[in-house]
Design a protein around this ligand. Structure first.
Ligand SMILES: [Zn+2]
Length: 346
């Protein structure tokens, strides 16, 4: 039988052979415990980690070691922390990572305010749902190096301002998020960023026929725009007759105000075409801007993806590209509900 000291020696030898990885993903309490054991026996196991992702779901298991592990990760630049709230109590305020530049977490926003305050070098921030979107505790947080923000619109309303934000994903992540109307964020005024916003992903309500005009006013130098009809904003059937892309004057006017726009992606639960039109005819209507001297091709548009009748990830998806001066559908797919087209919608 092995003595206790021999067991320890063997464990250390095993830990030395453990593969040192800059990227670590933890998805169970077993993986968490194993990583802690290796880290305690070989300090390199934790010190080489740059990207640490911990995603644990609520179970009967507990994760008492998480705080210890996080305290060992001195060199991480990227942290993904999707864990049940009850395991995160008193966790975030004590954490400090000198090199942290990217944070993605589903923790309540009230729990990460201090964490953000202690990490002003963050460039990329991804937030989960908010329980108080109209009074988000993060709205006054200063992130002077933030260039990429993703979260509910109400929470981003304050974070976007005065920071060098180039890429924004403003999408509803839960039913409470939708209590913050988009028109408060897109109020026909330029977003108050200190640089040009070039990439925007925003949820929309299809009956808001001014939505694209609002976006054009908020970020006129956009290069890529992704519009997704959110399940939490799904309108009643009686609104089907009035959809923003079926208001040609406002839709085309908005493209006119987005001269740098190269990529457009649109996902809707509704049918894209109307009347006798098909998808091709609808797209053709979008590709011209009306100027005082007549109709011209849009100066920048090169790539359009439309995903329509998208019920539970089914529907029709079409990809349109400008190739050698001619627009053509370069990819098309249909799927039954549950079939899934989301991988092609990027
Ligand atoms: Zn919030």
């Amino acid at each position: 039988m092995l003595t206790r000291s021999k067991k320890l020696i063997r464990a250390k030898e095993y830990a030395k052979k453990a593969i040192l990885s800059e990227i670590v993903a933890i998805r169970s309490s077993k993986e968490l415990r194993k990583f802690l054991e290796h880290s305690q026996l070989n300090e390199q196991v934790a010190s080489v980690v740059q990207v640490f992702a911990v995603e644990l779901h609520a179970t009967n298991a507990t994760f008492p070691h998480l705080r210890t592990i996080l305290s060992l990760l001195h060199g991480i630049t990227d942290l993904v922390m999707n864990i049940p709230v009850r395991y995160a109590a008193h966790l975030s305020s004590a954490l400090h990572f000198a090199n942290l530049t990217s944070l993605s977490t589903t923790l309540p926003h009230s729990m990460i305010a201090t964490l953000l305050h202690n990490h002003p070098r963050i460039t990329t921030l991804v937030l989960g749902p908010c329980s108080t979107p109209r009074k988000c505790p993060l709205r006054a947080i200063q992130l002077p190096e933030a260039s990429e923000l993703s979260g509910p619109p109400g929470c981003l309303a304050g974070l976007v301002g005065n920071n060098p934000v180039r890429e924004v994903t403003a999408t509803y992540r839960g039913p409470r998020d939708a209590q913050y109307p988009l028109h408060l964020l897109f109020n026909f005024m330029p977003l108050n960023t200190s640089v040009n916003l070039t990439v925007l992903h925003v949820d929309f309500r299809p009956s808001d026929v001014d939505m694209l005009l609002r976006v054009a006013a908020a970020a006129p130098r956009l290069v890529s725009l992704k519009l997704t009809e959110n399940i939490f904003l799904k309108p009643a059937d009686h609104l089907k007759a009035r959809l923003l892309w079926r208001e040609p004057s406002k839709w085309v006017e908005a493209f006119n105000l987005l001269p740098c726009l190269q990529n457009l992606l649109l996902k809707t639960f509704h049918s894209l075409a109307y009347g006798a039109d098909d998808e091709a005819e609808t797209i053709r209507r979008w590709l011209s801007v009306v100027k005082p001297m007549g109709t011209h091709p849009h100066p920048a548009l090169r790539h359009i993806v439309v995903w329509w009748s998208a019920e539970i990830e089914g529907g029709c998806l079409g990809v349109w590209d400008l190739v050698n001066g001619l627009w053509s559908r370069t990819y098309a797919a249909t799927a039954e509900p549950g079939g899934g087209l989301d991988e092609a919608f990027v």
